[in-house]
Design a protein around this ligand. Structure first.
Ligand SMILES: Cc1cc2nc3c(=O)[nH]c(=O)nc-3n(C[C@H](O)[C@H](O)[C@H](O)COP(=O)(O)OP(=O)(O)OC[C@H]3O[C@@H](n4cnc5c(N)ncnc54)[C@H](O)[C@@H]3O)c2cc1C
Length: 390
């Protein structure tokens, strides 16, 4: 007998969906969160695609800060390319209020029957006789609980994977360094997400503006420290000083995004990793909410099957690897390759590409379409990217 069937470590979007899914299937689930409040502090620009989000949860005005219709991308010389929302990738559609959204998801897990404990950290894990003894610390008190399965949803700082023998080490060049301001007193269109790309703005990343209603927006930056000459904050400060001289900063967020393109395997005996813990953020956009939720769902389903079969071995849990790989694994791999090419691209090339797309309303945006447009203007660049579409 164990205390629980499943213990989920971390109540971000990945952990809450994993706990909800497993609890809905009738498992005994504990969801623990080290912070005293779920969703706080926010370490996110809060953009998600509508379609993907709505597969998991019904939209609710309480946690939707803005609805987005289009995305504007600016090259280093500020040539504008306009994309319709559905085609612009994972980071447009809704801008969330994650403080409320994350809590809502945890509440759904609780409603499904999961026990939720905040201010409770996982501090160590060992396996004995085919089950896990998980050490947790709650309000200064340590205790050991037993479980059949641990789902590590403990984000970029994940320890669960390391404890379980999964190599989650991120190399320099696999972590995007991010800073974000919530700004007021600035001008923007409230149904547009803005992106500024190229080394001039953000080496190895981009600057974003995501509206949060009419009077505030997230303005942030992600840079690749391995090629940046200054700190992320210095690039962002230069930008906001010029672009929004009267803007007021009312909140500051700093954080890292794992952009390594996913682990080869996110399982070991009794353990599965989801979301950022498994390095599932998109290597180009840095978006990780949807993949965290998807992987949480797959981990929850696989946990249920493992409990039914009474088999918690890595060999059985490989089903989870198969599921996430079939869904978004290929895209992670492909976008990692594109990211490597983008890192080498100079600003002049970004400008040329933007010029070739300028004025075109890209309703049918896709990597294939983009690469074909580039081919028309820059055959040489095409040869460099052709393997990404064929
Ligand atoms: C500045 C910035 C902007 C971003 N913008 C976007 C965006 O616009 N769109 C998008 O899709 N993604 C964005 N991301 C990425 C996104 O935030 C993550 O991919 C997403 O939150 C991952 O979800 P998760 O559930 O895997 O982990 P997290 O949301 O990081 O949750 C992990 C949870 O685990 C808890 N935890 C950690 N260790 C323990 C422990 N030992 N015991 C108990 N609990 C623990 C943490 O406190 C945390 O609550 C951004 C990231 C940053 C840093």
């Amino acid at each position: 007998m164990t205390d629980y069937d499943v213990v989920v470590v971390g109540a971000g979007p990945g952990g809450s969906i994993a706990a909800k899914t497993a609890a809905e299937k009738g498992l005994d689930v504990l969801l623990i969160e080290k912070r005293q409040e779920i969703g706080v502090p926010v370490r996110c620009a809060e953009g998600v695609s509508k379609e993907d989000l709505e597969k998991f949860v019904e939209p609710d005005k309480r946690w939707i800060a803005a609805e987005i219709e289009k995305a504007w991308i600016f090259s280093p010389d500020e040539t504008k390319v306009e994309l319709s929302a559905e085609k612009a990738g994972n980071e447009v559609g809704y801008v969330l209020e994650r403080k409320i959204f994350d809590r809502h998801l945890a509440r759904l897990a609780s409603k499904a029957g999961a026990e939720v404990r905040v201010k409770t950290s996982a501090v160590g894990l060992k396996r004995e006789n085919g089950i896990v003894k998980l050490k947790i610390r709650s309000l200064g008190k340590e205790e050991e609980i037993t479980t059949k399965i641990v789902i590590g949803a403990d984000g970029i700082e994940s320890k669960v994977g390391k404890w379980a023998g999964i190599d989650t080490t991120l190399k320099l060049g696999e972590i995007e360094s991010c800073v974000q301001y919530l700004m007021t007193n600035i001008e923007f269109e409230s149904d547009v997400t803005y992106f500024w790309v190229g080394k001039r703005f953000a080496p190895g990343g981009y600057i974003w503006l995501f509206p949060k209603g009419d009077d505030a927006a997230n303005v942030g930056i992600g840079v690749m420290p391995s090629i940046a000459e200054k700190k992320a904050k210095e690039y962002l400060d230069d930008f906001v000083r010029k672009k929004f001289p009267d803007g007021e900063i009312v909140e500051v967020v700093v954080g890292g995004v794992p952009v390594s393109g996913g682990l080869k395997s996110a399982v070991s005996d009794n353990v599965m990793l989801v979301g950022d813990a498994a390095r599932f953020a998109d290597p180009i956009t840095g978006g990780g909410i949807i993949n965290a939720m998807k992987s949480g769902y797959y981990a929850g389903i696989t946990a249920y099957e493992a409990v039914v079969e009474e088999d918690y071995s890595a060999k059985f849990l490989k089903k989870y690897d198969e599921r996430w790989k079939k869904d978004f694994g290929k895209k992670l791999e492909r976008n990692k390759k594109i990211q490597e090419k983008l890192l080498k691209m100079d600003d002049e090339t970004f400008n040329k590409i933007a010029k070739s797309l300028e004025g075109m309303r890209i309703e049918e945006f896709s990597v294939k379409r983009l690469v074909l447009e580039i081919f028309k203007k820059y055959p040489k660049l095409f040869w460099d990217m052709k393997d990404l579409i064929f």
